[in-house]
Each structure stands twice: as structure tokens, then as C-alpha cells.
Design a protein around this ligand. Sequence first.
Ligand code: NAG
Ligand code: NAG
Ligand code: NAG
Ligand code: NAG
Ligand code: NAG
Ligand code: NAG
Length: 602
Amino acid sequence: MEISKPHLCLLLLNSLVFVLLSAADDAQLSHGYNCSSDRSIYPCKSYAFYLAGAESSLLDLASIGDLFGVSRLMIARATNISSPTAALSYGQTLLIPLLCSCISNHSYSPVDYQIRAGDTYYLVSTFQFSNLTSYPAVEDANPLLVPTNLTIGVMVTFPIFCQCPKNRSQFIITYVLQPSDSYASIASRFGSDVQTLIDLNGREGSVQPYSTILIPVSRIPPYSMSSSAPPPSRKRHLNGAVVGLSIALGVMGLFWVVLLLQISRLKKRCSWTRKTDKELGEKKIGGSSEQKPIMDISEWLDRYKLYKIEELREATADFDSNCLICGSVYRGEIGREVYAIKKMKWNAADELKILQKVNHTNLVKLEGFCIDPEPGNCCLVYEYVSNGSLHSWLHGHSRRPHKLDWRSRLRIALDLAHGLQYIHEHTLPRVVHKDIKSSNVLLDSRLRAKIANFGLARSGHNAVTTHIVGTQGYVSPEYITDGIVSTKMDVFAYGVVMLELLTGREAVTEEGRMLWVEAEGWGKGEKLEEWMDEALAVAEEECPVESLVMAMKIAKACLQREPGKRPTMVEVVYALAKADDMSADFSGEGMSVGASGRVVAR
Ligand SMILES: *[C@@H]1O[C@H](CO)[C@@H](O)[C@H](O)[C@H]1NC(C)=O
Ligand SMILES: *[C@@H]1O[C@H](CO)[C@@H](O)[C@H](O)[C@H]1NC(C)=O
Ligand SMILES: *[C@@H]1O[C@H](CO)[C@@H](O)[C@H](O)[C@H]1NC(C)=O
Ligand SMILES: *[C@@H]1O[C@H](CO)[C@@H](O)[C@H](O)[C@H]1NC(C)=O
Ligand SMILES: *[C@@H]1O[C@H](CO)[C@@H](O)[C@H](O)[C@H]1NC(C)=O
Ligand SMILES: *[C@@H]1O[C@H](CO)[C@@H](O)[C@H](O)[C@H]1NC(C)=O
């Protein structure tokens, strides 16, 4: 075929325009950073440099923490702010700790953001996230959403740019270049040097103002660089390990903590879960390792909704058995929203004031409460998690539309690990859930997992002896024999849930054998058919063997009989994120369950 001259010309012109356009695109609109070819450096901890109050309205740690899915204590620690509740000054600089991952060949930290009226990818990236991401990158990270047609309430993953250092003793700070900056000024501010910045980011003029640059640092410098006087500080010891643990993975762990502590205090009063001295002693030991600031809770007192008992009666048809979900939890419709309403014996009105609105994606959220003065009842109103428990998905009698595929299961394992990491790492004294099991893991409409029943639902039937609570098949050996309570018992139970995810079998078999005891006999991973869930084998092409084997290794590490040998939840999160990367690489479709829960149900 012959192409006429004008035609050819047009073609050339077209491609020229295309080239020009894409060049402009590349110069101004960053799609973020590619992963380094060495994938073993992911995930890692990294930091984003954030200016409080800069063109966004966020001027307090709590809402900035909410935005990034980080507890404010973690930001306060990384930034060396002594009082997390103090108001921030305008333009105060903050370091936001992030978990940097490689997701479909892009290096970023996925932050979930719920769309509100008026939001666009551009506005949220530019203002709320202060250019730490860009709208083209948001589009890349959310292939299933139409950017021009965002519904209010939809969850969008904002990929906060980050990178992992090749040198493991360093951290990389993501910094948004300001018009007044030069490499020299940045280098001196962060204790880096100009050549390093050029090596990592290209020559000085090539980076547009308001795009990100990467600054490697060998330690987190003291950033008491607020524009005004630093807030008065209490003397406090910060050690590297604490900072190291401050990895960003969720929101407002602290409020949850306050809630949990309150609940455990209340439970102490109830006769059916009286704590032994041993337990209390253990908790003290766990908590005395470091000093943390005491929470000023007064500012949160009004965050809860107080319901009237009549309202809840109406919602549940006077606590009709038809509305019963399980235990003493009822499904109730208030207004047009559905809630899970838990009824309990309790007469502690003033204690309730301290319960705080929790907003961590992997913990079932408390919406409000109600006190019924007459019989001294109390109702807690939770978000309704629509897809039921993991137990029913894995072991239910085929009422589910489909079996969970491997990536959904991995995502659930990660969600659960994130939730547990929160309660373990951000509490003082440390809070232990004590009843992790697949029926306490609820799945929402996107099959994202949320931990439920924080000790609340543990009613009498589990209290085998005066102090042993928990569920058969999940309780750790040291707890059964010695009544020892520690975060490692949750790690153990978590290992059992992982086994359920891998094998599709129940924690206790019909013959009464423990799944975890059986797992001890399983080979070193070569013989997958020994344990792998048949439902996974069916869809083998979606189920990378390495990822499965790695997950089994993690499960078995959690199930060691010696509690000291079990990993912490932080370590589990890291290891799992790697298994997740493997599964994403394997599928080759350029999406990761780690990035968003959207990939799940097919
Ligand atoms: C990232 O990778 C893509 C494709 O592999 C390439 O086109 C692009 O130039 C890379 N970007 C950077 C900043 O290296
Ligand atoms: C991922 O990014 C790296 C770095 O730019 C590049 O070398 C590699 O080809 C990319 N891989 C894929 C699968 O796009
Ligand atoms: C982000 O960048 C845009 C220009 O691309 C700029 O107008 C805006 O002020 C920046 N946002 C912040 C918070 O600095
Ligand atoms: C926008 O999204 C809504 C709900 O997601 C859908 O019903 C509607 O058809 C979409 N509109 C367009 C123009 O895509
Ligand atoms: C890694 O970073 C540390 C601290 O900055 C430095 O002392 C060390 O020499 C670096 N190692 C390499 C291989 O660059
Ligand atoms: C943290 O800030 C205090 C004063 O606010 C200062 O004395 C201390 O040295 C700082 N710590 C670090 C690790 O920079």
C-alpha cells in the first residue's frame, strides 16, 4: 500500500504532537517511581515530608493521621513532637511514616481515601496530599474507577510516592520540591549531599517545583523545624526501635486502644471474666518498656453518637430473634443505615464517655452507644459488615456465590495482620485480643477484613475455667497450660486462621483434632497437595506456588510452640507483603491485592 505525501505528513505531525504531549506529560505529571529491579528491598519503611496547613486545611495530627492512615502518635514520634495533642503551627513540618511497597512495578505506599463531595483526583492529590502523589498516578493505581465519575463514599487508593533504599541502613524521605528550594539547601537541611540528590533525582533543573524528590538519610534527623516556636516538651526517651516500629498502616490506633483499655477495665469488674493476677502482671510487664504520652481525650468526647433505647428497639423489632446475627448482636436499621447492635449488661455511663470513634479500616468501627438505665443494659452500635464472617466463607455450606481465590485470601491475611499489629504496637499496656478466630474476622462488601469482638462478645460459654477464655483450636499451648497472656497468643491464633485460609479446613476437625497440630507434621512445602485447599488447586493459574509456600512458612512460624520464637505482627506484615508481591507478579495483570481490595471478587 502506498501512502500519499499529505497523508504521511499528517501521520508525522500526529506522532510529533503525540511525542510533544507525552513529553509534557512526563515533565509535569509524574506517574511516580518505578520499582527498583532488586525487588527484595520491598517493602520498607519510608517517610513523607508534609507541611501542616499548606493550602490544605489540615492543622492537627489527628486529621493528618486519618488522611494517611497513620496514628498521630506515629507521626509525633517520627517528627519528634512531644505532645501529639498539641495544635500544630501553620507550616509546621511533619514526617509521615509509610510502608513503601512495589505494586505493579510502581513504588508507592497505598493510602485509602474515601471520596467526599467535590473531590477529584487532582484536588485531593494537590491539596490534601500536598503533591505527594499526582492525579495520573492515582488513575494508574485505580484502574477500575472512572475518574470523571466518582461516587461519594467510594474508596480510592492514593499512591503516595516513595522509594526503598538500596542501602538498608538508610531511609528515603519523599519531599515535595518548593519553588524556593535548591539541592544545596535541601542537602544541608537533611544532612545529605548534592551529588546524592542528583544521582537519585536527576540534575537540578530537571525537577519541576511541586514534584517529589527522594532524599536518602541515614537516620531520621531532629525535625523540630516548625516555623514558630516548638511546643513545650516533656522529656521523653525515643529509641530507634520505637521509631522503626512506627510504620504507617492504619488510622487512629490510639482511640481503639482507649476503647480497649476501657473495655478491659470494665471486664475486670464483671464476674464472668475476672482477670487473674498473672494476667494483670503480664500486662504491666508488656507496657513498662517505654514511656508514652498520656492521651488527652477531652477533645474526642463528643465524637460518638448517643442513641436512645427506643431507637434501637425500633431498629431491631424490640430485639427480635429474627434480627439476631449471632450471640447478642442484632442487625438493626436506623434511618436508612444498617448497623450491628450489641446488647450487653453494663452500667457504666461515665466510662462510655471515653470510648472513641475508631477509624481503622481493619477493625470493626464503633458508631455509638446507648444506655438503658432501667436494667442497667448497654448497647454498642457498630458498623454493619455486610459479607459475614470469614468462617462462613471458608467453611459455610456453599451459600456463598463463589469460593475465595488466593489473592483475596492473602488480602484478608494482610488486613487481619494490619489490624492486629495496630492493637499490639500502639497500646499501653499492650492489649491482646485473646479471641482471634475466623468467625471474628468479618468481610465487608469488598471482601476487606475487619476484626470484630474485641473481648466484648466473650460471654460465659467460653470461660472454661475462671480465667481461660478463647476458642478451642485457636488458643496457644502456653495459655492453656500456664494461663500466660501475651501478644504472642494472638500471633498463634493468627497462624491458625492462616492455616484455615491455606487449607480450607476448620481449626478443629470433625474428629476433634487440632488443625495446628496436624500442620506440625506437614512437609517442608514441596507437597502442596498434602494441605492445599482444593478450591485453590482448581484455579491453579491464579495461585502461585511460591506465594502459597511462603504463606505456609509464615503460618508455621506463628504456630511455634515456644512463644518467644513466634514473629511479631510487624514481622508478619512485612513477610506477607512480600508474598503478596509474588502473587501480583505472578498474575502479570498489573494489579495487586495489596494495593486495593478491588481485585478480589470475580
Ligand atoms: C518506568 O517504567 C516505564 C516502563 O517500564 C518507562 O516507560 C518509564 O520511563 C519508567 N519511568 C522512570 C521514571 O524510570
Ligand atoms: C519495572 O521498572 C523497571 C525500572 O524502570 C524496569 O527496568 C522494568 O522493565 C519494569 N518492569 C516491568 C514489568 O514493567
Ligand atoms: C501542589 O502543586 C500545585 C502546582 O502543581 C500548586 O499550585 C499547589 O500549591 C501545590 N500544593 C501544595 C500544598 O503545595
Ligand atoms: C457513574 O457511576 C454510576 C455509579 O457507579 C453509574 O450508575 C453511572 O452509569 C456512571 N455514569 C457514567 C457516565 O459513567
Ligand atoms: C550505607 O549507609 C550507611 C549509613 O549512611 C553508610 O555508613 C554505609 O557506608 C552505606 N553502605 C553502602 C554500601 O553504601
Ligand atoms: C526532640 O526534641 C527535643 C526538644 O523538643 C530535643 O531536646 C531532642 O533532642 C529531640 N530528639 C531528637 C532525637 O532529635
